[in-house]
Design a protein around this ligand. Structure first.
Ligand code: 5AD
Ligand code: SF4
Length: 440
């Protein structure tokens, strides 16, 4: 039996890549192509649980399928990802949405094909959530939809237990892939024409510390960037407690590695950082940025910030603002603290009222946007190298990113998707840049 599929993805880059793996599995068992939701024979939800609104979003979208499932009883609905890994969540889902056919966990994504085949052979729903992380299953299954960019997991899981974060509970402990598997995957992708490789892990700097891989992260990065060919290398996420000079030395050695480090700070206040169990101080963080910029003055940094963490005072918040101005981030993802069941912070008795949280996030977003706008303006008149990713039908323009992740739009008579082009920036609009292709 064949048919078409539709995958709905929530959450981070890790999940986006896992949806490519899900697509690979679906194709392997006979599904042909991705279609709009109404035309699909199977719909897979790849969920996220990092903040409450990600969960609410998924709940809303799954609930909206009730009618479609009634009209099309043969339609299969599968729910997997981080949310199903949460304690007790599958029971909630079963109760709320009895029409779900299959549930699988983020820790046993590779079993989805078998679960679908099992479900097709029986009336009863199929639920299989692996509770603890097993050995890494190496497959060559991903059906990639992000050309010319490719994501490559170097490790799974997280050992850090930041007090607000649910990831270690749903993704298990750190497991590093073997360097030979990672390098073989990158070589294959480069040979296939992928032009940007992003190495993924919750905490890439602790690569290889969970088992004897024979390589540290810096050594792995060096090996990846030593692969022949014209392509860019990115990596994320770095943890400030582990980010070090070895990595920056490797960046210096290879122009292929983008001069951009995603270094989530979370807060600019030492008291909050301690309560978050981040295991670094504001001073250590700033010293790392200084080290990076002293070796690579052109380097840029992006970050994640949480406001409204339990106990955060106005003074603490202002320290975050001050740090944001000091570092002058290329961009920042800003979040309101969201209590997650089972984490330490959710039990703290000094939760911050919603109106205070809202007020702080508004001020922080305004600050971050003003810094980004200023950076955009500095681009005007400069020529930057863009990796063309796509054609925007609405704008009638090609688009791509520079090494700092800035989006640039331009006209071209030829299809240049997958090519590096030089773009002279003529105009900046908020975070987007517009320019003209420069020949030669
Ligand atoms: N509430 C708000 N933001 C969170 N993050 C992780 N957990 C939470 C939470 N409970 C943010 C952190 C992290 C990013 C991926 O998500 O900033 O770096
Ligand atoms: Fe969560 Fe902290 Fe691990 Fe990041 S490092 S996934 S914030 S526990």
């Amino acid at each position: 039996m064949s048919g078409n599929y539709h995958i709905v993805t929530y959450g981070c880059q890790m999940n986006v890549h896992e949806s490519e793996k899900i697509a690979g599995i679906l194709r392997r068992i006979g599904y042909e192509k991705e279609t709009p939701i109404e035309e699909a024979d199977i719909i897979v939800f790849n969920t996220c649980c990092i903040r409450e609104n990600a969960e609410n979003h998924a709940f809303g979208n799954i609930g909206a399928l009730k009618k479609l499932k009634k009209q099309k009883p043969e339609l299969l609905i599968a729910v997997g990802g981080c949310m199903t890994q949460e304690k007790g969540k599958t029971d909630v889902l079963k109760k709320k949405f009895p029409f779900i056919d299959i549930m699988f966990g983020a820790l046993n994504l590779e079993t989805l094909g078998d679960l679908i085949l099992r479900k097709r052979a029986q009336k009863k729903k199929v639920i299989e959530i692996r509770e603890t992380e097993g050995e890494i299953v190496e497959t060559d299954d991903a059906y990639r939809t992000s050309y010319p960019n490719a994501w490559v997991n170097i490790m799974y899981g997280c050992n850090n237990f930041c007090s607000y974060c649910i990831v270690p509970y749903v993704r298990g402990r750190e497991r590093s892939r073997k360097p030979e598997h990672i390098l073989a995957e990158v070589k294959k992708l480069v040979a296939e024409g992928y032009r940007e490789i992003t190495l993924l892990g919750q905490n890439v700097n602790s690569y290889g510390t969970d088992r004897d891989t024979g390589m540290s992260f810096a050594e792995l990065l060096d090996a990846v960037a030593s692969i022949e060919g014209k392509f860019r290398v990115r990596f994320m996420t770095s943890h400030p407690k582990d980010f070090n000079e070895d990595v920056v030395r490797v960046m210096e050695k290879h122009r292929k590695i983008c001069r951009l480090v995603h270094l989530p700070v979370q807060s600019g206040s030492n008291a909050v950082l301690q309560a978050m169990n981040r295991r670094y101080t504001r001073e250590k963080y700033l010293a790392e940025i200084e080290m990076l910029k002293s070796r690579l003055p052109e380097a840029e940094v992006t970050t994640d910030i949480i406001v409204g963490f339990p106990g955060e005072t106005e003074e603490d918040y202002l320290q975050t603002e001050d740090l944001v101005k000091t570092v002058d981030y290329a961009s920042a993802f800003t979040f309101v603290y969201s209590p997650r069941q089972g984490t330490k912070a959710a039990t703290m008795d000094n939760q911050i009222p919603e109106d205070v949280q809202k007020n702080r996030i508004m001020r922080l977003v305004e600050l971050v946007n003003s810094l980004t706008r200023k950076k955009s303006e500095k681009y005007v008149g400069k020529t930057v190298e863009i990796l063309c990713e796509d054609f925007d039908e609405k704008k009638g323009l090609y688009l791509g990113r520079d090494e700092f992740g800035r989006m640039g739009y331009f006209e071209s008579e030829q299809n240049v998707v997958g090519e590096f082009v030089s773009l002279k920036i003529t105009r900046a609009n908020g975070i987007s840049l517009f320019g003209e292709m420069v020949k030669g």
